[in-house]
Ligand binder design. Structure first.
Ligand SMILES: C[S@@+](CC[C@H](N)C(=O)[O-])C[C@H]1O[C@@H](n2cnc3c(N)ncnc32)[C@H](O)[C@@H]1O
Length: 332
C-alpha cells in the first residue's frame, strides 16, 4: 500500500475554486477603483485634450482657481462624433423635399403658422386657447436666431470660453451686460443655480424672445434668471449686496458710447468679487484705448480695476475666433 502523501495536498477542484475566487476579487477591486468619484489626474481631464489653438492661459492671469471642471469638448468628444458620422456613412446632402421631410424657410413656416392658426387641432376661437404661454409666431420659427451674433451656435463657444477662463461653478454669480436673446446666457442659466444669472438688456424684442421662447422652450423657467430691461447701466434693481464672480459683455461695449461704458464700469467695480472676480469684454476695448494707454490704465486704477490680459478663443463649429479682454477688481 502506498504511503499517504506528506505536506499540503492541493486538489484540482480546490485550485480551480481558488483561481475563480481571486478573479472575482480582482474584478470587484478594479470596478470599485474605476468608478471612484475622486478627481481624475490632470492628463485625463477634458481640458487636457482641448482641440483649440486659441488655448486660454488658465491661471497665467491669476484667475480664480480650484475647480477641475472643464466646459469645452475634448479631442475624445470630437473623435467620437466624427466616428458616428463615418460609421453611419453620413454626408451633407442637399436639403430637398423627400419622403416625410418638407424643408421650408423660416418665412414659409411663419406663413403656415399664421394661415393654419398655429397648426391648431382645436376648433374653438383663439380666446379659448389651451396654451399656457402663447408664443408669437416669429419667435416660434426662431427668427431671432438670426438677429445678431450668428451663427447662434457661437453662444456655446462664448460660454465655454468664459466658464473655463473663470473656473465657473454652479454657485458662481454672473452678470451679463446686453444678453440679447440669451444666445450665450442660456448656457449659463442652465449650469448655474437658480437666480445666479443676472442680465441688463435694453432691447424689448430680444427680451421677448428670451422670456417667451428661449427660457420656456429650454425648460429653464425654474432657474429664475434676473433679467432687467434698461439701457443706462443702472444696476440698482440687482441689489446692493450682489458680488459677482463674472461680469461679461459679449459684443456689447463696441455698440455703446464710451461715456456709458465708463459709467457702467464705475458702478460695477464694487459689485465684482475682489481679486477673484473677473470682467470680460469681447471684440475690443476702444472705450479705454481711445484715451491713450497711460490714461486708460490710470482711469481703470481709479475704479480699482486692473487689466489682466487679452485672450483669443476658437469656435468649435466654424472657422472663427473671438477676442476677449480680462479685468479684475484689485481693491478689497
Ligand atoms: C450684438 S448683441 C449681443 C447679444 C448677446 N450678448 C450675444 O452675444 O448674443 C448686443 C446687445 O447689446 C444690447 N445693448 C446695447 N446697448 C445696450 C445698453 N446700453 N444697455 C443694455 N443693453 C444694450 C443690445 O440690445 C443687444 O441685445
Amino acid at each position: 500500500m502506498a504511503p499517504p502523501p506528506r505536506g499540503l495536498v492541493i486538489t484540482v477542484p480546490f485550485l480551480v475554486l481558488s483561481l475563480l475566487g481571486a478573479a472575482i476579487f480582482l474584478f470587484f477591486l478594479f470596478f470599485s477603483l474605476s468608478s471612484c468619484s475622486c478627481p481624475a489626474p490632470p492628463s485625463a481631464t477634458r481640458s487636457s485634450a482641448v482641440p483649440s489653438s486659441g488655448e486660454v492661459p488658465n491661471d497665467s492671469s491669476g484667475s480664480a482657481g480650484g475647480s477641475l471642471e472643464k466646459f469645452r469638448a475634448s479631442f475624445e468628444d470630437v473623435d467620437w462624433v466624427k466616428e458616428q458620422i463615418r460609421a453611419n456613412g453620413l454626408h451633407m446632402a442637399d436639403n430637398v423635399l423627400r419622403k416625410g421631410i418638407n424643408p421650408r424657410t423660416r418665412a414659409q413656416q411663419l406663413e403656415d403658422l399664421r394661415n393654419f392658426k398655429g397648426i391648431s387641432h382645436y376648433e374653438e376661437a383663439d380666446s379659448s386657447n389651451h396654451t399656457a404661454l402663447p408664443c408669437p409666431g416669429e419667435l416660434l420659427v426662431e427668427e431671432h436666431h438670426s438677429n445678431y451674433g450668428e451663427p447662434w451656435a457661437g453662444g456655446r463657444d462664448v460660454f465655454e470660453f468664459l466658464a473655463d477662463a473663470t473656473h465657473l461653478k454652479p454657485d458662481s454669480r454672473v452678470l451679463e451686460i446686453g444678453c440679447g436673446t440669451l444666445r450665450v446666457g442660456l448656457h449659463f442659466i442652465r449650469y448655474l443655480k437658480p437666480s445666479h444669472f443676472h442680465c441688463l438688456e435694453k432691447d424689448e424684442l430680444s427680451l421677448m424672445a428670451a422670456f417667451m421662447y428661449e427660457l420656456p422652450s429650454q425648460g429653464l423657467l425654474h432657474k429664475r434668471p434676473l433679467i432687467v430691461r434698461g439701457e443706462d447701466m443702472d444696476f440698482t434693481k440687482f441689489g446692493s449686496k450682489e458680488a459677482y464672480d463674472l461680469i461679461y459683455a459679449s459684443a456689447v461695449f463696441l455698440h455703446m458710447p464710451d461715456k456709458l461704458v465708463w459709467a457702467g464700469l464705475e458702478r460695477l467695480a464694487s459689485k465684482l468679487k475682489p481679486y477673484s472676480g473677473r470682467i470680460l469684454v469681447s471684440h475690443n476695448v476702444k472705450f479705454c484705448s481711445r484715451l491713450g494707454g497711460e490714461e486708460c490704465t490710470r482711469r481703470l486704477a481709479t475704479l480699482g480695476l486692473e487689466y489682466m490680459g487679452k485672450h483669443t478663443h476658437d469656435s468649435l463649429l466654424f472657422n472663427h475666433y473671438e477676442i476677449w479682454f480680462e479685468f479684475r477688481h484689485s481693491k478689497a
